[in-house]
Design a protein around this ligand. Structure first.
Ligand code: SF4
Length: 359
């Protein structure tokens, strides 16, 4: 059984300055054929049970409740964790209540910053006070858990700004935070207008401040970019990090079935005419094993060595002895698992490059 499904809703009201995801300003001429193809794509799998479902984007909260219902009804009724990504400007109380009635039990809210001038720089269309009022509404609703996204390393963002964002986050008593450092993507508005990346030392200081402050406040730093109160892990994201299969539905989605990854077309025009047109990624067993290591080492749960050895028909400790020795002070072994200490997570990419260099 494939335990998880991701549905990509590629529409946005406007385009944020840092974004290079597969998204398009909502366009009525494409919408009905997109919806028809999406429903067809999902129904072909006749899914009878699912552990986690995630509507991401784009901006899923832009969908009308009727459109949301017709996509949601392609999935089983009972789903342990059902997350919808929302933006503050498109999540009102009526929509929130409709989500609850449809089994949504987790919201991921794109806040990005609590400072209005930084939101403007990012071309976000909401204000900080709008985000706070949506957060209060979510807390009053019967949504059982939720997360917000914040970005750091934005143009002209100071350490003081980051401190204020984290202090506002803590004052709002939010169960989960996903935090991203700004990456200037070539195809984003920032990339095309020559915006430069934040100074790397300042960015590292910001990350260290965020990590220490949240841990001191009782949050668990369970994945490199994710913090939660006990019991509020993102089960859906854990499925990715723990090497599980997942369906990817919609234009721009990726999935993995029986260990084989695929990418659907990123062209809305092609999707609306011909459906998902998935391209299957031809990976050897060793390459899949490497993918599993890269994902698992992002988390505090690490990699289960015995399971990995069985699944990828190799001997992890023997095969990667050189890397394990080189970074021995950064690794921890516990039972059958290996994971990175905090200092190791700070140099995760460097360590992963060394793993990848092993044939
Ligand atoms: S960041 Fe999110 S809301 Fe903004 S353009 Fe990208 S997908 Fe749309």
């Amino acid at each position: 059984m494939v335990p998880s499904a991701y549905v990509h809703i590629p529409f946005c009201d406007s385009i944020c300055a840092y974004c290079d995801f597969v998204r398009i300003q909502k366009n009525e001429s494409f919408f009905s054929s997109w919806k028809e193809k999406l429903i067809q794509e999902i129904q072909e799998y006749k899914i009878s049970s699912l552990h986690t479902l995630y509507f991401g984007g784009g901006t899923p909260s832009l969908l009308s409740v009727d459109d949301f219902v017709s996509i949601r009804n392609c999935f089983p009724k009972d789903i342990e964790e059902f997350t919808v990504e929302c933006n503050p400007e498109s999540l009102d109380e009526d929509k929130l209540n409709a989500y609850v009635a449809l089994g949504v039990n987790r919201i991921s809210l794109g806040v990005q910053s609590f400072k209005d001038d930084l939101l403007k720089v990012c071309r976000r269309t909401h204000t900080a006070s709008q985000a706070i009022s949506v957060i209060e509404n979510i807390k009053k609703s019967s949504i059982s858990t939720f997360s917000i996204d914040l970005i750091f390393g934005l143009p002209n963002q100071t350490m003081e700004d980051v401190k204020k964002d984290i202090s506002t986050f803590l004052s709002l008593d939010i169960p989960h935070l996903s935090i991203y450092s700004l990456q200037i993507e070539e195809n984003s508005i920032f990339g095309k207008t020559g915006v430069e990346s934040c100074d790397s030392d300042l960015e590292a200081d910001m990350f260290e401040y965020i990590t220490k402050t949240l841990e001191a406040a009782g949050y668990i730093h369970y994945e490199i970019s994710s913090f939660c109160k006990p019991g509020h892990y993102s089960k859906h994201n854990l499925a990715y990090w723990q090497d599980k299969d997942f369906y990817g539905f919609g234009c721009g989605a990726s999935g993995r079935i029986n260990g084989i990854r695929y990418d659907n077309t990123t062209s809305l025009k092609e999707y609306c005419s011909n459906g998902p047109c998935p391209v299957y990624i031809d990976e050897t067993l060793a390459e899949r094993g490497m993918d599993a290591i890269m994902m698992a080492l992002r988390t505090k749960f690490g990699l289960n060595i015995r399971e990995w050895n069985l699944k990828y028909q190799s001997d992890f400790k023997e095969h990667y002895a050189q890397v394990l020795d080189k970074y021995r002070e950064y690794f921890c072994f516990e039972g059958e698992c290996i994971y990175l200490k905090d200092a190791g997570l700070e140099i995760l990419n460097t360590i992963l490059v060394d793993f990848m260099l092993i044939e």
